[in-house]
Design a binder for this molecule. Structure first.
Ligand code: ASP
Length: 605
């Protein structure tokens, strides 16, 4: 339907400027037109972004496609509403003097003498499509296809595509081969809950969806692939957070005859290429910190090093203290510059917060102009302790000092969180700061039964220098807690305080793998049942190998300055794991259940 025959274009459309844009229906993209095009007759297709009427006979239409917006001047068009799909033919001309719009990329020009063809009318959208952030999340997700039309999401999706493409280029340039691993598998040992798929042909049996391609990529190494990569979909049934969805995408890689340094170099190159593709600038460096140093200085294994407020060691200062609260295995603190102006209420709030993080309490001290300490506990400290404190912190007038005394891991945890709370810049400020965290512990904790829990996964190679501890434990000469001192050859890459990904040198030797299983309390039969296929493969000449995986959703989000990975995922789930667009998850028919050999229990109240 052509609504507007008035103003027939003065000439036939001129050939398309960019072959990428040209189709049978159009010559150009809206957002790519500029003063160079003045005089050309163009055919454009898109959505009516906005419409302003000037009297009865003149209307301005902002026409939008994925590249942006261009203003079209239409004589007497009244029948056009927001989000109508139209095809506009007209001539590019400069805007009359004084009406240019510097905020619009195409603001120097407009399309005049337009003919408008309505390709499809549209219902009014349920929210404005300008990428604003105050629209209800569920509504946005229910109409995600409309949300995707916004400039913000268009930009994000393209940035993400640029990340993928750069990663592929970098991995291939480094000799990696892309291999697709299966989606219907037996469980992977990443430590999260599996999503399971019932098997119709083997009733009562289930596939797991991959938490990662971990075992398959290791099998690829046994298979002589040497350098594997995949942009892999992974599924983990965990609670959703800003940086976590059920399904996510990671660059997954594995290489043979390689060390930690080799993997770090390859992955840094892929990440640098992705950063450059989106921001135009290559990150200058990828510094390393040991896990221990990250915990001691930042109280976190994903240290946000964009700001200071590092944890200061005070245990030795209070080694002989008479103040009971500081008679603890570890005392550390942070200095909040200018924090002394906090009110009593705010300080009580911080104390409550510290308790929620697990502390027994929080000691605060305000540094007075004469560098004396104003604190409810100051009177319990000796002069030399107070002086040493001020010295150790490098404290100056107006600072607030916050101290925690407890077991060392507790102190790290509490101060690490308080530090973020009080100092962390917004995600899009302070640049992109990468840190490789190396020498992670092999085990992160002991469970209720006193068994160690792997920090990475059970195929991670222990640090060579600490293998003797494992042997001593297995001989019964050491008890459980000693295992927590064993370092591993596992490493993480972090960016601005987010964990981007993890990897490790793998165990390729049967004897070491058996020791780890023994320490984990996994019997030979259980190991055989769960991972028999891998262990068998390893007996056929497994090369030494190492690998890594990092989250593409997280990297893409940080590169475009988004706090939530949902904003770089085309069709994400809500915080409660549902999809308001399709209604998933949904019940299935009784006959389908029957076919799968399943019967449902009554719903829990
Ligand atoms: N499979 C691990 C993960 O998904 C990464 C690795 O070790 O390569 O976290």
């Amino acid at each position: 339907m052509t609504v507007q025959p008035a103003g027939t274009p003065s000439s036939m459309p001129t050939p398309a400027k960019s072959p990428r844009a040209a189709t049978a229906m159009r010559t150009d993209y809206c957002g790519e037109l500029g003063v160079d095009d003045i005089g050309r007759t163009v055919e454009l297709c898109g959505w009516v972004h906005a419409r302003r009427e000037h009297g009865e006979h003149l209307a301005f239409i902002d026409l939008r496609d994925r590249t942006g917006i261009v203003q079209c001047v239409v004589d007497g068009a009244h029948d056009l509403r927001s989000e109508y799909v139209v095809r506009v033919t007209g001539a590019v001309r400069s805007r009359p003097e004084g009406t240019e719009n510097p905020n619009l990329a195409t603001g120097a020009i407009e399309i005049g003498d337009c003919t408008v063809e309505i390709l499809n009318p549209a219902e009014p959208p349920p929210f404005p499509l300008d990428g604003r952030r105050d629209v209800d999340e569920t509504l946005r997700l229910r109409f995600r296809y409309l949300d995707l039309r916004s400039e913000r999401l268009q930009r994000n999706l393209r940035a993400r595509a640029a990340v993928n493409s750069a990663i592929r280029g970098a991995m291939e340039a480094q000799g990696f081969v892309e291999i697709e691993t299966p989606m219907l598998i037996a469980s992977t040992p990443e430590g999260a809950r599996d999503f399971v798929v019932p098997s119709r042909l083997s009733p009562g049996e289930f596939y797991a969806l991959p938490q990662s391609p971990q075992l398959f990529k290791q099998l690829c190494m046994v298979g002589g692939v040497d350098r594997y990569y995949q942009i892999a979909r992974c599924l983990r049934d965990e609670d959703l957070r800003a940086d976590r969805q059920f399904e996510f995408t990671q660059l997954d890689a594995e290489m043979s005859f390689a060390s930690q340094a080799d993997v770090i170099s390859v992955i840094s190159e892929a990440v640098a290429s992705a950063v450059e593709a989106v921001t135009g600038v290559r990150p200058e460096s990828f510094p390393h910190l040991t896990w221990r140093e990250a915990m001691e200085r930042f109280g976190s294994d994903k240290p946000d090093t964009r700001f200071g407020m590092e944890l200061v060691e005070l245990t030795d200062v209070f080694a002989e203290t008479g103040f009971n609260a500081f008679k603890a295995p570890c005392v550390k603190g942070i200095r909040v510059p200018g924090g002394a102006d906090k009110t009593r209420n705010q300080l009580d709030g911080l104390t409550e917060q510290a308790k929620r993080f697990g502390a027994k309490g929080l000691v605060w001290m305000k540094v007075e102009p004469d560098r004396t300490l104003n604190s409810p506990v100051a009177k319990f400290l000796r002069d030399d302790e107070r002086d040493a404190l001020v010295e150790r912190f490098g404290a100056t007038a107006g600072d607030l000092l916050l101290l925690v005394a407890d077991e060392r891991p507790k102190v790290w945890h509490v101060l690490g969180l308080l530090r973020l709370e009080l100092g962390r810049p917004p995600v899009n400020e302070g640049g992109l700061v990468f840190v490789w965290v190396i020498e992670f512990p092999l085990f992160e904790a002991l469970d209720e039964a006193g068994r160690p829990v792997p920090a990475h996964h059970p195929f991670t190679m222990p640090h060579e220098d600490d293998l003797f501890l494992l042997d001593a434990y297995l001989r019964g000469e050491l008890d459980g807690p000693a295992l927590l001192d064993i370092r591993s050859q596992a490493y993480d890459l972090t960016l601005n305080g987010w964990e981007l990904g993890s990897g490790s040198v793998r165990i390729h030797r049967d004897d070491i793998q058996r020791k780890i299983f023994a320490a984990l309390g996994i019997s030979d039969e259980e190991a055989e049942r769960k991972f028999g296929f891998l262990l068998r493969a390893f007996r056929f000449g497994a090369p030494p190998h190492a690998g890594f995986a990092f989250g593409i959703d997280r990297l893409a989000a940080l590169l475009v300055g988004e706090e939530n990975i949902r904003e770089v995922i085309a069709f994400p789930k809500t915080q409660s794991g549902t999809d308001p667009l399709t209604g998933a998850p949904t019940p299935i028919d009784a006959h389908h259940l029957e076919e799968l050999g399943l019967r449902l229990l009554p719903k829990k109240q």
